[in-house]
Design a protein around this ligand. Structure first.
Ligand code: SAM
Length: 226
């Protein structure tokens, strides 16, 4: 620390410094309040989920390219979804769109079991290696079309879409446990609303639109056509 309270340049060159700054300036100031979510963001090394070409942007306040035309979402967007999902440590969670594996790594810190599906094999293989290196043993990955969920492992306490969907089909809603929460960006290809669907009872769902967002498209049977 300098005498005026600012940091030496060498102190600013560590991922730990940039990660703490991201949590303080991008998440806390925007009302992310769940301390477990904030602690997971402070722990998971986001830079290790970025390819070399975009690693310098890992802690920036925007999405980061991960190849194959895909991105890791902006840190705030990921945190917002995790906060409004109201995660409990005993939850079983399905993520649709593994991408880099970053959100799966955060979830692995927060819940007991994570299932994640990615349709692009190169991305899934890279995510698998990163998660193994970090010792995230409670994440089960699958390569394929996740737009219809993952019926084999249902029911889930939480389902998170990491890509924008035209709608949430009954096939996926039905994979929620009673009391379960589903978060999905739903709308057009270029702009969506974050939708939370709660399964209140066997055939009863409550829906809330939580605010605007913009995600890459969900492809596949229940997604947008290529
Ligand atoms: N959660 C990711 C992370 O932490 O890096 C970011 C996900 S990225 C915004 C959206 C991902 O959804 C892309 O990797 C894309 O290939 C994937 N995707 C799109 N349609 C899909 C589908 N039908 N099934 C599985 N994954 C899909």
């Amino acid at each position: 620390m300098n005498t005026d309270g600012s940091r030496h340049s060498w102190e600013r060159d560590t991922p730990d410094y940039w990660r703490a700054k991201m949590v303080a300036e991008q998440l806390r100031t925007r009302n992310i309040r769940d301390e477990r979510v904030l602690a997971a963001f402070a722990r998971v090394p986001r830079h290790l989920f970025c390819p070399d070409a975009s690693m310098s942007e890992a802690y920036a306040d925007h999405p980061v390219e991960i190849g194959c035309g895909q991105t890791i979402s902006q840190p705030y967007m990921v945190a917002w979804m995790l906060e409004v999902a109201r995660l409990h440590s005993g939850d079983r969670v399905l993520e649709i769109g593994t991408g880099s594996g970053y959100q799966a790594a955060l979830l692995a810190q927060l819940v007991v079991q994570v299932f994640s599906v990615e349709r692009i094999p190169e991305l899934l293989n890279a995510a698998r290696e990163r998660l193994a290196r970090l010792g995230a043993e409670n994440v089960t990955l699958h390569c394929g079309d996740g737009s219809g969920g993952w019926r084999e492992h249902a029911p889930f306490d939480v389902i998170i879409y990491a890509a924008a969907a035209p709608e949430v089909p009954q096939q996926v809603r039905g994979q929620l446990a009673i009391g379960g929460r589903l978060l999905a960006p739903v709308g057009s290809l270029h702009h969506q609303n974050l939708l939370r669907v709660e399964r209140m009872a066997e055939g009863t769902y409550r829906e809330q639109e939580l605010g605007g967002c913009a995600f890459v498209p969900l492809r596949g049977m229940f997604g947008w056509k290529d």
